[in-house]
Design a protein around this ligand. Structure first.
Ligand SMILES: [Zn+2]
Length: 136
């Protein structure tokens, strides 16, 4: 699953499980100190706290210093193409987490990796967070 160097993304197909332990192993192999994201949400909707918000993440070059990284398990369809594969449990967990973070950081923007800069050529998170969470 550790495909691209320098990219924290771990997009996986619907039948592929990618546990928080696998994610940690993958990011350690890439030379990160721990999981690059602050939060990881598995298909079952469980929110895994991966590193404290007070620590800088390692998930998107140029934006790590002032961002909180959230990743969900999945992101590829059966053909291996980027797709919004979030389960209902993941959607609920995301709304819960973002609602809390929105209260803590009212000025923060909610954006997908691909929405941060024109020079970021990533498909993830395979949906439009700016639009979906504009009401939070
Ligand atoms: Zn991403």
């Amino acid at each position: 699953m550790c495909i691209k160097k320098g990219c924290a993304s771990v997009l996986t197909q619907p039948h592929v499980r990618f546990s928080v332990e696998q994610l940690r192993e993958c990011h350690l192999q890439r030379g990160f100190l721990d999981i690059g994201y602050h939060f990881y949400i598995t298909r079952d909707g469980v929110l895994h706290h991966c590193r404290p918000i007070s620590e800088m993440g390692a998930h998107v070059r140029g934006f790590n210093r002032h961002s909180i990284g959230i990743c969900y398990e999945g992101g590829l369809n059966e053909d291996g193409k980027p797709a919004d594969t979030r389960t209902a449990a993941q959607r609920f967990a995301l709304i819960d987490l973002l609602t809390i973070l929105r209260h803590q950081y009212p000025e923060a923007q909610i954006a997908g990796h691909y929405q941060l800069s024109a020079s970021i050529h990533k498909a993830c998170p395979c949906f439009d967070p700016r639009k979906e969470y504009s009401e939070l």
